[in-house]
Write a new protein. Structure first.
Length: 141
């Protein structure tokens, strides 16, 4: 492995940028962190999203339905390298959002496979599943 590429700090920084962009509802930065060919599997979506464009269409639907991320926090991050230019990032994520003004939260486990493309770590696959250890707390308006 090349030490220049297989440094977990680059992957952790890329993942932190994904979380920050998601938390800020920054559509351009969020989707820009993934390749066009990226695939997405979410436990609350009935089908595999076979490309970034598929996910962007779903995201637009959520935005039209007044879904807004209010906060997103990452915990227990880990990076495993498959090759010097491919890394598997996983963490626990707690998200609070508003749906038509009603606030709710969820805890999930997320895996993002990153590929180093021309010196930049970009997501090529994301998988989200419920976190069985998450305990929701009542939200106040």
């Amino acid at each position: 492995m090349s030490d220049a590429v297989a440094d977990p700090r680059g992957v952790l920084d890329a993942a932190a940028n994904v979380v920050a962009a998601f938390a800020a509802n920054d559509t351009a930065a969020y989707f820009g962190a993934f390749t066009r060919e990226a695939t997405f599997i979410f436990h609350n979506v009935e089908r595999v999203l076979a490309s970034r464009a598929d996910y962007e269409l779903l995201w637009q639907t959520w935005q039209r339905d007044n879904v807004r991320v209010l906060q997103c926090d990452s915990y227990d991050a880990s990076v495993t390298f498959v090759r010097d230019d491919v890394a598997i990032f996983h963490h626990r994520v707690h998200t609070t959002w508003s749906i038509n003004g009603e606030i709710s939260s969820a805890g999930e486990r997320e895996t993002i496979v990153f590929h180093n493309v021309n010196g930049f770590w970009r997501g090529v696959h994301e998988h989200l599943s419920p976190d069985p250890t998450f305990v929701a707390t009542p939200q106040s308006s």
